[in-house]
Design a binder for this molecule. Structure first.
Ligand SMILES: Nc1c(NC[C@H](O)[C@H](O)[C@H](O)CO)[nH]c(=O)[nH]c1=O
Ligand SMILES: CC(=O)[C@@H](O)COP(=O)(O)O
Length: 153
């Protein structure tokens, strides 16, 4: 049996971070986690472009334009959607996830989902560099692995 898998070497890669600024007190830590992970795996921080958009709802459109440009090996989407008292959360988080999935398949390009979709500020803090890790770093790791595995298929 032949097994195809991707390693975590990021040297030579160009990555775009598409970042929703909403809840920036959390999102800033996701950005740091993503950049640290890229550098720890051999990537050059100068090969990262950060694109800021208002919130998670706007991330897919910017990600689509980035993917269409063909200038980057992957898009890493970062943001934080925190549930409030109305159904708003479901619309914002749902459209963000759906849109990013669509961009990935339409453009045949890796798109990593580093957007927190959480019920509380506590859950967001836990997942942005404290007790439950850093979802920005995890998303970057997935992007690196996907870039490398797709090269081999
Ligand atoms: N409530 C959150 C939002 N809301 C803003 C939307 O993303 C969007 O910018 C607005 O509706 C204008 O189109 N965004 C987040 O990223 N996180 C939230 O918790
Ligand atoms: C995720 C959201 O959009 C949220 O912050 C909105 O809060 P609310 O439902 O209380 O308006």
């Amino acid at each position: 049996m032949k097994v195809v898998s991707g390693n975590l070497q990021a040297d030579g890669m160009k990555v775009a971070l598409v970042v929703g600024r909403f809840n920036s007190f959390v999102v800033d830590h996701l950005v740091s986690g993503a950049v640290d992970t890229f550098v720890r795996h051999g990537g050059n921080p100068e090969h990262i472009t950060q694109i800021l958009v208002p919130g998670a709802f706007e991330i897919p459109l910017a990600a689509q334009k980035v993917a269409a440009s063909g200038e980057y090996d992957a898009v890493v989407a970062l943001g934080a959607v925190i549930r409030g008292g109305t159904p708003h959360f479901d619309y914002v988080a749902g459209e963000c996830a759906k849109g990013l999935g669509q961009v990935m398949l339409d453009h045949n390009a890796p798109v990593a989902f580093g957007v927190l979709t959480v019920d509380s500020i506590e859950q967001a803090i836990e997942r942005s560099g404290t007790k439950a890790g850093n979802k920005g770093g995890e998303a970057m790791m997935s992007a690196i692995e996907m870039i490398n595995v797709l090269k081999q298929i």
